[in-house]
Design a binder for this molecule. Structure first.
Ligand SMILES: *Cc1c(COP(=O)(O)O)cnc(C)c1O
Length: 408
């Protein structure tokens, strides 16, 4: 019988013996690893023996976290990175070459969007499409399209990609399908069910959850046939084909760039991950109640949240995800200054992070989306009064009370 989501995480470390009968994998701070037989060191370098050689390429504490994430995502292998952005960059740097084409959702985390600009300058072409319609993705695929990249629930307007149909399309066309699962986490959604080949998670957000460690992960689901991917270097074809992709991401994207997740943040993230399911249930439950309260309030013009009946992809969200998540955005009624409103909130913190245990709020147009200018904001439907809320796990009555008093 297969264990459930939380049981698997809690008992993962103990699958191999830990010294002193400890229940946590310890923090291994060592950079170097010394071998009694120098031939073994050579074997590890050649991939004939598993082991560690140098801290930039990984450490046992981070490997224990990688094993947990593979279990959560039902993947065959995971590589961890110093941040979520490092994980995303590693995929593109390791797997793309000049002249390649990428189809991406146009609703993207801002820094991913910026990274695509860099790739463009390096000779890759990126087509941005509205992923709520699979026809938009299908129409953009070309013979040189190497991958399709989407997020699950977009930030800040909460559009939901047509994940199942895009997965079917990619499988039929033999294109690598990469899903950024940060906003949903493997507790709410398993991209593997919809045929994703690679999954990205920013561990900084819900998986770590406590706002005290940065990290990122790339998981290979085992579904993509790497023998059909033209950009694998010959050196990495000695392993079994299922591992070619993650091996190249580890070598070219992690080892060569050095965006290593150190043992201490890996340990903090692993501790946070133990309660992911409990925290997601609580935060999503709070979010549903708050969204209903805010949507009914006369001083709120609009609430964007997949759990509300009037959300354009409400039915899709119901069929895809276990809950509707904990991120929403609200537009205030005319005449209410968003800064005054934020300053009246006593519990809710004005902060740019999301996926924290604490409820956080940010005026999007004046911060994260300021640099792009008014015209681009208007095209993306970002009103000046739009506030993004990342709902935490506080007691619901306290949150409702804070919003009630701040709206006056
Ligand atoms: C935050 C975030 C990232 C980047 O993660 P970091 O750990 O901050 O680098 C990537 N994708 C999404 C959807 C995010 O929300």
């Amino acid at each position: 019988m297969k264990n459930g989501f939380t049981t698997k995480i809690l008992h993962s470390d103990l699958e191999s013996p830990i010294e002193h009968f400890a229940v946590h994998k310890p923090m291994h701070a060592s950079v170097a690893y010394g071998y009694a037989d120098a031939r073994d060191l050579a074997k590890v370098f050649k991939g004939e023996l598993s082991g560690y050689v140098y801290g930039r390429q990984g450490n046992p504490t981070t490997a224990a976290l990688e094993a947990k994430i593979s279990k959560m995502e039902d993947g065959i292998a995971t590589a961890c990175f110093s941040t979520g952005m490092a994980a995303i960059a590693a995929i593109f740097i390791a797997l793309l070459r000049a002249g390649d084409h990428v189809v991406s959702s146009s609703f993207l985390f801002g820094n991913t969007n910026s990274l695509f600009g860099t790739l463009n300058a390096l000779g890759c072409e990126i087509s941005f499409v509205d992923p709520t319609g699979v026809a938009n993705v299908a129409g953009a695929i070309r013979p040189n399209t190497r991958l399709v990249f989407v997020e699950t629930i977009a930030n800040p307007r909460t559009q939901i990609a047509d994940l199942t149909r895009i997965g079917e399309l990619c499988a039929a066309r033999g294109v690598l399908y990469v899903v950024d699962n940060t906003m949903t986490t493997p507790y709410l959604y398993l991209p593997k069910r919809d045929k994703a080949g690679l999954i990205v998670n920013s561990l900084t957000k819900y998986i770590g959850g406590h706002g005290n460690a940065l990290g990122g992960a790339v998981t290979d689901t085992g579904l993509f046939d790497w023998t059909r991917f033209s950009n694998i270097y010959d050196n990495y074809k000695n392993a079994q084909p299922a591992l070619w992709g993650i091996l190249q991401i580890r070598k070219k994207g992690l080892r060569d760039i050095g965006s290593t997740l150190a043992a201490e943040p890996a340990h903090r993230i692993a501790t946070g991950a133990e309660t992911l399911a409990l925290r997601m249930e609580k935060a999503s439950g709070n979010a549903v109640q708050l969204a209903r309260f805010l949507a009914a309030h006369p001083k709120v013009r609009k609430v964007y949240y997949p759990g509300l009946d009037d959300h354009p992809q409400h039915r899709l969200a119901t069929s895809l995800f276990k809950t509707y998540g904990a991120l929403m955005s609200v537009e205030l009624a005319d005449g209410i200054d968003c800064f005054d409103f934020l300053n009246r909130l006593k519990l809710v913190i004005s902060s740019s992070h999301l996926g924290d245990n604490r409820t956080l709020a940010i005026p999007i147009a004046h911060t994260i989306y300021w640099e792009m200018g008014a015209q681009r904001r208007a095209e993306m439907g970002i009103a000046d009064s739009l506030i993004r809320l990342s709902i935490g796990i506080e007691d619901l009555d306290d949150l409702l009370g804070d919003f009630r008093q701040a709206l006056g």
